[in-house]
Design a protein around this ligand. Structure first.
Ligand code: CP
Ligand code: NVA
Length: 290
C-alpha cells in the first residue's frame, strides 16, 4: 500500500523528521546528490481554485527534479462522468504520486483506495493537512520548538482548524478553536473548544484566522453574521501572549475575518506560512514518493 497524506495523521510518527528536512531544504542543505524526484511525475488535480497550493507544489516538484502535471478537473473526463476510481487506476500507471483538491472527502478517499501511488490531500471540506504542515514549520522557526505552544484558531471550525488540531496534537501544540454555536469543530480531533474568543486567545502564542466562507461551500449571510464577533483584530490580539504571532493561511479578506493591521502588522507571519508551503511539501514528497 502506498503511503497517503489525507488527514496528516499518516505522518504523525515521522512529523519531526519531515519538519527537520523541510528546514534543511529551506536552508539550501539538500541531501547528497539530491534530485529526489528525478525521472518521476506528480499529477495535481484541481477542482477548486488555488494560488499557493498550485504554485508551491508545481515549483517544489520541479526543484526536486520531477515533473508536475497540473490537471483542472473541468478539463478531465471526470467532467463527463468517468469514475474517480478509474482515474486513480489510470494515473497510477503514469505518475508516482497524485495531489487532489476536491469538494468531497469521500471522493479523495476513493481515489486513494483505487490508486497504487501516494495520494496527497490538497484541500477538502474537512482537511487541509499541507497547510497545517507548513504552519508547524513556521512555528518551529519562530519559537524554536513546538511542544507546549498554545495556538488559538478563531472563526469557523473548518478544514484548516481540523488539520491544525490533528497535526498540532502530533507535535505537542495545544490547539484551541473558538467558534460561534453551530460552527464548532468536532472535539474528537483533540482541540479544546472555547466559544468566547477573548477567553480562547488569553495567553496564546499564536492567533490564527481563516476565511468565514470556504471555497467548497455556498456563501451564507447567516454564517457571516454569526462569525462577526470572531474577527481577529488588535483588540483581540492584545489579550494574547506578548510574543504572540498572527497566522492566516490566505487568501484573506482584510476587514472581514481579520483586520488589515493584524494581517500586515509586525506580529504577522502569514507570508512565511505561504513560503513554507514550498519547503514543507518538498519534504513531504520526499517522504511519500518512492
Ligand atoms: N492556503 C492555500 O491553500 O491557498 P490556495 O487556495 O491559494 O492554494
Ligand atoms: N478554509 C479555506 C482555506 C483556503 C486555503 C477554504 O476552505 O477555502
Amino acid at each position: 500500500m502506498a503511503p497517503d497524506f489525507l488527514t496528516g495523521e499518516e505522518i504523525s510518527e515521522g512529523l519531526g523528521s519531515v519538519l527537520e528536512r523541510a528546514a534543511a531544504l529551506k536552508d539550501g542543505r539538500p541531501r547528497t546528490g539530491a534530485d529526489s524526484l528525478a525521472g518521476k511525475s506528480v499529477a495535481l488535480i484541481f477542482e477548486h481554485p488555488s494560488t499557493r497550493t498550485r504554485v508551491s507544489f508545481e515549483v517544489g516538484i520541479a526543484e526536486l527534479g520531477g515533473t508536475p502535471i497540473v490537471l483542472r478537473s473541468d478539463e478531465m473526463q471526470i467532467k463527463r462522468g468517468e469514475s474517480i476510481d478509474d482515474i486513480g487506476r489510470v494515473l497510477s500507471r503514469y505518475v508516482h504520486a497524485i495531489g487532489i483538491r476536491s469538494g468531497s472527502d469521500d471522493e479523495v478517499n476513493a481515489l486513494a483506495a483505487a490508486a497504487d501511488v501516494p495520494v496527497i490531500n490538497m484541500l477538502t471540506p474537512h482537511h487541509h493537512p499541507c497547510q497545517a504542515l507548513a504552519d508547524l514549520m513556521t512555528l518551529q522557526e519562530n519559537f524554536g520548538e513546538l511542544e507546549g505552544l498554545r495556538l488559538a484558531f478563531v472563526g469557523d471550525g473548518n478544514n484548516v482548524a481540523r488539520s491544525l488540531a490533528i497535526l498540532g496534537r502530533a507535535a505537542g501544540v495545544e490547539v484551541v478553536v473558538s467558534s460561534p454555536p453551530g460552527f464548532e469543530l468536532d472535539g474528537e480531533e483533540g482541540a479544546i473548544l472555547i466559544s468566547d474568543p477573548a477567553e480562547a486567545v488569553a495567553g496564546a502564542d499564536v492567533v490564527y484566522a481563516d476565511v468565514w466562507i470556504g471555497m467548497t461551500e455556498q456563501d451564507a449571510e447567516s454564517k457571516r453574521k454569526a462569525l462577526a464577533p470572531y474577527r481577529v483584530d488588535e483588540e483581540l490580539l492584545a489579550k494574547a501572549s506578548d510574543r504572540a504571532v498572527v497566522m492566516h493561511c490566505l487568501p484573506a479578506h482584510p476587514g472581514e475575518e481579520i483586520s488589515e493591521a493584524a494581517l500586515y502588522g509586525e506580529r504577522s507571519v502569514v507570508f512565511d506560512q505561504a513560503e513554507n508551503r514550498l519547503h514543507a511539501q518538498k519534504a513531504l514528497l520526499e517522504e511519500l514518493v518512492e
